[in-house]
Structures are given as C-alpha cells and as structure tokens.
Design a binder for this molecule. Structure first.
Ligand code: SF4
Length: 399
C-alpha cells in the first residue's frame, strides 16, 4: 500500500532530499501511521546499510569533575547525581576495558573524557592509548570524544590512528543557550570543523527531550546534515536526579521511533545510532527502532548502566541483523559465549572471589546477568541506573 511516507522514501531513493516540512510531517505523524513511517524509513536504512548494525563500545576515560554546566549531564558542574568520579584511566585499564567491549561484539571503541576540552598532555595520553589499541586489536576503529579541541589537536589524534571524533551539537542552535551557558553552539561547531579538517570522521548528534520544540528538533537534524556528520548519535534524555533536568519526561517509545525515523529521512545514508536512553525510553520498541536506525552502543553508557550485553546481541540476531564487519559465525560464537557465561553465573551459588565462589572473578554469580553490580544504585523506568561496573571500578564490564 502506498502512503505519503512511502512516496517520500521513493523520492529520496530516487535522489531527492527531504525538506524541513517532510521531516516535520514524519515527526508529527499520527501514532496510527507508525508502521508506515517505520516501513518508509526502513527502506532507506536497508538501501544504505542492509541488515547490518554497527556496534560501538564506550570507555569513559575520565568521569565527572567537569567544569562545564551542560544541564542534561550527570558529570556537569553542580550535578549531584551519585555517579562514579575518577580521573584518567591508565593505558592498561583502557586497553582492558576496550578489549572487553571488542570481545563482546563491538567493532568501534569510543574513548570519552569529561571536561571542557583536552590539554596537550591529555592528547598525549589518548595518542598513546590509541596506538596501543591499534597494535593490540586488529581492525579496531577508534573514536575520541574529549570536548572542545584547540588548533593542532585533531591532527595529532589523526596521526595516532584515531578514526573519528565525536562532539555532539546536542540541540538546535536556537535552543542551545537554554541547556548550557559555559560554551556556545559556535564553539561546538568549531570543534566539529577542526575534526573534519584533520581528516577525522565527524560524529555529531543530539539529545531529544530537552524541552525543544518539534521545529527545533528538525532544525538540529538539518544542522547535522549541513555539518556532514558521518554518524549521528541520537540520545534520549536520561533525567538523572541531582541535575536540572531531573523529573523531565517528554518522551514516549513511539515518539522516540518517530525521532529516529525523522533522522533517517533527513540523513538517509548516515549512521543513525540509538545512543543513551535507549532502554529507558524505547523499552519494548528497541527492536522496531533498529529497523530505522543502524547503530547502537553495546552494554553500559558513560555513567549509567545499559541492559546486559547478551540481551543487546540477542535482540540483533532475533531481528535478523548482523554486526557490521563481523562474520555470522563469529557473531554466533560471541552470543554462545555470553550465554555460557550467563549460565555459569546463574548456576553459581556463592559470589566469585569468596571462599566458595567459582574463583574466576567473572563478576557474576548473580541471579541474572543484569544483576552483576550489587552496589549499583537501582535504576527503573524513572531513574537511570548509575554505572558501578566497567571503567573506574574493579567489577567486570557489561560487554
Ligand atoms: S557534556 Fe561534557 S562538557 Fe558538558 S558537562 Fe558533561 S562532561 Fe562536561
């Protein structure tokens, strides 16, 4: 059955481009049209990415302690969110954390540090980490996300082998000053330009649910298109308690799918990544959203816990997706290894490392793979679960 959304997809596939009015029509489509919207956006996704999903893994190199005041961020100046706070991971810790993500199925490691921007000594550290990662893991893609860049820093990252640089615009220019006051929208655009000029693949995206209007969401997506962002992380606000956005709930699962579909029709051939807030906001519609988007983060986020990695991987397989850059057999092996590890954890009766535990230090021995961090601050649909495993802890990563 032909619909206006299908006609729009055909027009784009024939070489046309969506207009802001088209984008607004998709974003504001009636809920009854959801499957027609998904089918239309899914045609674009299949055309450019087939059934592949790019799997990325976050390593938070430095957590909290940030002097900037991004209102949405649990790591910001003034945030009372009870997140992990630590200074730079060592190169060895970074390699170990990245290795867990890569063994877990990721093909890109995203190394992130909090802060306004890196010093030259910080760049030294990331250069060293990148060179070690590239030596250790054949074919690994590295993305750095270190804040605002100064002249010459992007070139140093590129020379070390960094593939991409992430710096989100986060919201429309017309909404930017409502969400942060310690730097400007132009500062952000300048860094994306520096990364691009140095030959790094620009990765820039947004956060939905920050009080923006529909028109501002569309404005942000067209800005990302103009910036030629190769990958577009779409975050859904996680309103951490202790931040100015606590108790801000503007999103529903259907709304999130429509946002992703709008991103797809505006930027049909770009990597659209479902980023932070995936589990909390899409909930049972995560798999539907993957028929529109083509990229996720595996496991945990910077300061909050994601669903367990096995659930992520099974979701991909069950919906007929494959991991970009990975043979099907390797994908199946990774799932089987995760299933074995889960069975091992569920089967054990006393904690690892204790006298009667398995002694493997697997971090498990819980009743479920999602229950590895006994000290985690409980999360729920209305409360992000604070990360208490992986980088900056002694607890094995969720990967
Ligand atoms: S988003 Fe980045 S710059 Fe802004 S407060 Fe968080 S860590 Fe700092």
């Amino acid at each position: 059955m032909s619909t206006a959304y299908d006609d729009l997809a055909t027009r784009i596939l024939d070489g046309g481009a969506a207009t802001p009015e088209d984008a607004l029509a998709v974003l504001q489509s009636p809920d009854n049209d959801l499957m027609a919207v998904v089918a239309a956006a899914g045609r674009l996704r299949r055309e450019h990415f087939g059934n592949t999903v790019k799997v990325n893994y976050l390593v938070n190199l430095k957590s909290g302690l940030c002097p900037e005041n991004c209102n949405y961020c649990s790591q910001a100046l003034g945030s009372q969110a009870p997140i992990l706070k630590y200074s730079w991971l060592s190169k060895e810790d970074t390699l170990a954390q990245a290795g867990a993500g890569l063994r877990g199925g990721a093909t890109r490691v995203c190394m992130v540090s909090s802060g306004r921007g890196p010093s030259d000594r910080d760049i030294d550290k990331v250069v060293e980490m990148t060179e070690a990662l590239k030596d250790e893991y054949d074919g690994v893609e590295v993305c750095a996300c270190l804040g605002l860049l100064k002249d010459g820093q992007a070139e140093r990252l590129k020379a070390a082998g960094v593939d991409a640089y992430n710096h989100n615009i986060n919201t429309a220019e017309s909404n930017h000053d409502n969400i942060v006051q310690t730097h400007t929208y132009d500062d952000r655009v300048d860094t994306i330009g520096k990364a691009k000029s140095a030959g790094l693949s620009p990765c820039s995206g947004l956060i939905a649910g920050l009080g923006e209007t529909d028109e501002q969401l569309v404005e942000a997506l067209f800005a990302l298109k103009a910036l030629e962002s190769d990958s577009i992380p779409v975050n859904f606000l996680m309103p951490f308690d202790g931040t100015p956005y606590e108790n801000t709930w503007e999103l529903s699962p259907i709304r999130c799918v429509k946002i992703l579909a709008t991103a797809r029709i505006v930027c049909p051939d770009k990597e659209i990544r479902i980023a932070g807030g995936r589990e909390m906001h899409l909930r049972s519609m995560q798999a539907t959203a993957l028929h529109v988007a083509n990229s996720i983060f595996l496991g945990d986020y910077l300061t909050s816990e994601g669903q367990d990695a096995l659930t992520d991987l099974e979701m991909l397989r069950d919906n007929g997706f494959v991991i970009l850059g990975m043979e099907q057999a390797a994908f199946e092996e990774i799932i089987a290894a995760h299933q074995d590890a889960k069975a091992h954890r569920v089967g054990a009766v006393t904690p690892c490392g204790s006298g009667g535990g398995c002694g493997d230090g697997c971090g498990g021995c819980a009743t479920d793979a999602t229950d590895q961090s006994t000290e985690a601050v409980e999360g729920s649909e209305h409360n992000p679960s604070i990360r208490r495993r992986g980088a900056g802890t002694e607890v094995p990563a969720n990967a």
